[in-house]
Design a protein around this ligand. Structure first.
Ligand SMILES: C[S@@+](CC[C@H](N)C(=O)[O-])C[C@H]1O[C@@H](n2cnc3c(N)ncnc32)[C@H](O)[C@@H]1O
Length: 280
């Protein structure tokens, strides 16, 4: 994630980042620190970041994750924790936030304004697709649209898994759960996919993200669930990550997570260089 900030086109102004879905500010802090690390100062500023999130109760019918999230929303704790966390931003990065849904705010933002839009708000298919469509409109030439929780791309699903995921998408109750973990989510009794749940044969995916990203872009560049695409002359292209710099680890992560991330970065670098070596 952080390394993609180093791949944004340099402008004669501070970079403009938009984050849809901020929760406690973990990814916001990553963008903030990455901007401070990779970008030059321009008029006393390296970047501005706008975070959009309602920081509100999630629909508890959405499943175990939203139940867990709701326990943090009480007394506005999630929102206050977000404010606390982003207060550590250095002066070089200006952080602003809008408290509300992307559906309310994004239509009001200016075309072509942002250098990067990170889509990590609602994970329901319709919402993800709408957020991506706005992101395309809001993006400046050469900018990057990216997002999270793409565990598998559509073309990576077996025909059988594809069919199951598609049925879940069309089953209002099941898709309302936001996250297709066929092993644990507990599909409604009468759902046609119950037999597959019992098999426990499929990895968990956010099927709304999988389908929406495929519909908006086809195959995308993806690393450990983080996906990204770059605007090039009016079209969206995959991003060459073989020369990504993995020399930066966000400081707000716990030391053991930092160590894990360093190890992963090494593995990604090895994988990326072997992909590069195989290119004709
Ligand atoms: C997966 S969390 C974001 C995590 C965060 N990006 C991070 O990595 O630290 C999803 C967030 O999206 C927010 N959200 C849900 N629906 C939304 C919507 N319609 N518009 C904007 N944000 C939304 C939720 O409140 C939640 O904070």
């Amino acid at each position: 994630m952080a390394a993609s900030v180093g791949k944004l086109p340099s402008r004669n102004r501070p970079l403009r980042l938009l984050e849809v879905g901020s929760w406690l500010g973990n990814s916001a802090l990553t963008w903030i620190q990455a901007a401070d690390h990779y970008l030059p100062l321009c008029d006393g500023l390296k970047a501005e970041l706008l975070c959009v999130d309602p920081w509100e109760l999630q629909d508890v019918t959405l499943g175990p994750t939203s139940v867990k999230m709701n326990s943090v929303v009480e007394d506005d704790f999630a929102y206050r924790l977000f404010l606390h966390n982003v207060s550590f931003a250095p002066n070089s990065v200006r952080v602003q936030h809008f408290r509300g849904t992307a559906g309310r705010l994004l239509p009001l933002l200016r075309d072509g304004y942002y250098d990067m839009v990170y889509v990590d708000g609602s994970h329901r298919y319709d919402d993800v697709l709408e957020d991506i469509q706005h992101a395309k409109r809001l993006l400046a030439p050469g900018g990057i649209i990216c997002g999270d929780d793409l565990e598998l791309q559509l073309h990576q699903l077996s025909p059988e898994f594809h069919e199951i995921a598609r049925r879940v998408m069309n089953d209002e109750e099941a898709s309302a759960r936001n996250f297709l973990d066929l092993n644990t989510m507990g599909i409604p009794e009468n759902a046609p996919i119950k037999e597959f749940v019992e098999k426990g044969a499929y990895p968990p995916i956010h099927e709304g993200v999988t389908f929406a990203v495929a519909e908006a872009f086809g195959e995308v560049t993806e690393v450990l669930g983080y996906w990204l695409m770059r605007e090039v002359a009016g079209a969206f292209k995959q991003v060459d990550i073989s020369d990504f710099q993995y020399d930066f680890i966000p400081r707000h992560l716990r030391p053991d997570d930092q160590a894990k991330l360093l190890q992963m970065a090494k593995e990604i670098r090895v994988a990326a260089s072997s992909i590069e070596a195989k290119r004709p």
